[in-house]
Design a protein around this ligand. Structure first.
Ligand SMILES: [Zn+2]
Length: 89
């Protein structure tokens, strides 16, 4: 039996493509846009922001999987990282 964190990359990519965050604001110039590696207005490098958003989506997916499998210990670990990455959510 696969453990919750052993989900395939393909399954995760499906989850990420269905992210509930179709747009965001550039932290430099505040332009609203879809998540991308370079700001459309100020050309700021947003690759780290993109990586953080991808990690958040992945953690949400893992958290849901661990809850579905009643693996509360792993779920708590994912919640801790989610809070660390996005304390306001
Ligand atoms: Zn910008």
């Amino acid at each position: 039996m696969l453990r919750p964190w052993q989900v395939s990359v393909q399954n995760w990519m499906i989850c990420y493509s269905m992210s509930d965050e179709p747009s965001f604001r550039c932290p430099v110039c505040r332009a609203t846009q879809t998540l991308r590696e370079t700001c459309r207005r100020c050309q700021a490098d947003l690759s780290l922001v993109v990586r953080a958003h991808r990690r958040l989506a992945y953690l949400k997916h893992l958290h849901a999987q661990t809850l579905a499998n009643s693996d509360l210990e792993s779920a708590e670990q994912f919640v801790a990282e989610l809070r660390w990455l996005a304390p306001s959510r």
